[in-house]
Ligand binder design. Structure first.
Ligand code: NAD
Length: 335
């Protein structure tokens, strides 16, 4: 049995708490928002996971020391825009070599840091690692079969975390390519916005397949330029997560995209979804990365034009379709 502190009682932190508690681990679920965590503790239910019981064994807390004290793993599960402030707040409570597992998905605008980069900057004493993959909280909290990946700098840490999380309903692979996992996990939200827009415009399955396939091509091209392993982008944290986010009714990025495709303004669409739409932030970071590394990312560029320059989604699709002619894979040469 391990002691786990979970920082962030949103839907994902709560789903992980339920999963880990059912496995017999000692789980403390923490929120910076006192009212929220008190409500979860009282009702033993999360408002975005209706009908799912929160086991009595999970302690619902708001004290920083209590969250981290003696924890074998501290999980950072706040939305990515709050990762830096939360990590900085917890700095005095994290011990040397304590494992801090980042499960949020996003690249910071301007600094272009991944979640584990931010964690390592704010918590230099910690051992930062990452868990990612196609894993909607609504399904994990109900014990539906799910497969994810844990990435760490060293094999021993990755396997330690793998052992803690692995169950018959939750299969965990390991990887040393943390950056590839994090770049893929963040940029898939941008492609999911585009996929939602396509559905909102009334386009069909052909359009969706094109967006997913050309989306992964953009992501892996960028990853290669950033020294990630291209294979990572065709695994669970890349293509796997891209498929689920582009097609699932649980995806908030896809939902926001549908509303924008139907003609709603970006701010109104974000408000309507009632949750942080991380793809909007990752779109900016994705474009900044594309420019920094000199990589062509036409879908990410068009999503930025729609989100921040008022371009219509239908004009963006027309411009993508009418780009100059190309070969599909530049690496495959003619005889
Ligand atoms: N929901 C999923 O299915 C899922 C699955 C895998 C990964 N993730 C990732 O996990 C992260 C969290 O997602 P989520 O679905 O739990 O988000 P969420 O929108 O449910 O989380 C909101 C929570 O963030 C916390 N919060 C709000 N304001 C805060 C502040 N100022 N400082 C600190 N914390 C604050 C609160 O606990 C709030 O409940 C995201 O990066 C997401 O991409 C989510």
């Amino acid at each position: 049995m391990a002691r786990i502190g979970i920082a962030g009682s949103g839907t994902w932190g709560t789903a992980l708490a339920i999963h880990l508690s059912k496995m017999g681990h000692e789980v403390r679920l923490w929120s910076a928002l006192k009212d929220e965590i008190e409500e979860i503790g009282r009702k033993r239910e999360h408002r975005n996971l209706p009908g799912v019981d929160i086991p009595e064994g999970i302690s619902c807390i708001s004290d920083d020391q209590e969250l981290c004290a003696d924890a074998d793993v501290v999980i950072l599960s706040v939305p990515s825009i709050y990762t830096r402030s939360t990590a900085a707040r917890l700095r005095p409570c994290i011990a040397k070599d304590q494992i801090v597992l980042c499960v949020a998905k996003g690249i910071e605008e301007d600094s272009l840091k991944t979640q584990t980069d931010i964690c390592q900057e704010e918590l230099p004493q910690a051992r930062a690692c990452v868990l990612s993959g196609p894993s909607h909280a609504e399904e994990v909290s109900r014990g539906l079969p799910t497969a994810v990946v844990v990435g760490a700098h060293d094999k021993a840490t990755a396997e330690y975390v793998q052992n803690i999380f692995m169950s018959p309903a939750f299969r965990v692979y390991t990887s040393s390519d943390m950056k590839g996992m994090e770049v893929g996990g963040s940029l898939k939200n941008v492609i999911a916005l585009a996929a939602g827009m396509s559905d909102g415009l009334g386009y069909g399955d052909n359009t969706m397949a094109a967006l997913i396939t050309r989306g992964i091509a953009e992501m892996s091209r960028l990853g290669k330029a950033m020294d990630c392993d291209p294979q990572t982008f065709f695994g669970l944290t890349g293509l796997g997560d891209l498929i689920v986010t582009c097609s699932s009714r649980h995806s908030r990025n896809r939902r926001a995209g549908v509303l924008i495709g139907k003609g709603m303004g970006v701010k109104e669409a974000m408000d309507e979804v009632h949750m942080v739409v991380e793809g909007v932030y990752s779109a900016k970071a994705g474009l900044q990365l594309a420019r920094k590394y000199g990589v062509s990312m036409p879908i990410v560029e068009e999503v930025n034009s729609i989100l921040f320059e008022g371009k219509s989604a239908s004009d963006a699709v027309r411009d993508l379709m009418c780009r100059e002619k190309r070969v599909e894979h530049a690496e495959i040469k003619w005889e």
